[in-house]
Design a binder for this molecule. Sequence first.
Ligand code: SF4
Length: 310
Amino acid sequence: MRIDLERVRKLAEKVSDVKPILNAFDERFFPEKGVEKELVTSYFLFLTAIDHRTRVDNIYHKEIDGELFFGSDLLFRLAKLKYNEDPEFYTAKSMERLSFKEFKEVFMPEGVTLRDPDLRVTLLRDLGSKLIRLYDGRTINLIEMAEERIKGTPMKPGLLELLKSFIAYTDPAEKKSYLLMKFLERRGLFSPKDPENQQVPVDNHLIRIAIRTGLLRLEKSWYPLLRNERRSTLEEDVALRLMTRAAFKQVAEEAKITPFVLDDFLWSHGRTICMRDGPLCEECSIRTACLGGGSWFSWAKEPFNENWYY
Ligand code: SF4
């Protein structure tokens, strides 16, 4: 597996003028402006902890107030509806004692099935109980301990290292940790002094785009995985995601944009254009940077691995 430097350059040209898309103040999904810091940081910490694959048989969607939400958007939309009723739901004390019934009432309303709900409850309880034991139950204490650093040292850990105490944030490729930092940064709650350590939070969409564009060049021995003929091992999954992360870091540097802004574009592109089934190559804004103009690897699907990391 290697990073194709020619693709880095071509993709960078295509994305150099992309702008941030994620609006972390969108009141359909997130707490409104002016809310107390502790409540907002807790909301993002808990929600990001359970923001991994949501669909069962490719379905996790619901229409709310005439608008159709799916996947991660639905998870946050339902979370926000609960927040509107009871913001204290997203506190360490409440999460430590979270019951399956309470979780189901919020995230699995009638007719909606969510993947691995038991696991999500476990991740939330673990977060709640460790926040109480390690940080006096306050998320803001955790953020302050990082002293505006992404990475630190064993003596003075940054946010990346501190988050690893929680099961939800133990991913070796740190997808949820970087996603959380992106939310907090957009809300003005985390302004790292070491922006050079910023990375894209790698999920399915980013892996797929890295493979299809040829940014990541894989040996033929990987092809059965790209045809989903078998599941990937955790080692293969992590290797692929770390290389995807490194490749997009190079693209962001070359394009002179931040990895978080690049992630906004890639995530949206993966959901709406370079979709898993039936990519819309004719409508693709990065088509001329894609290997063979989209004709070489558009058949490839990201390998599947069973985990709660992304
Ligand atoms: S050209 Fe097709 S395969 Fe390539 S990035 Fe665009 S949608 Fe995906």
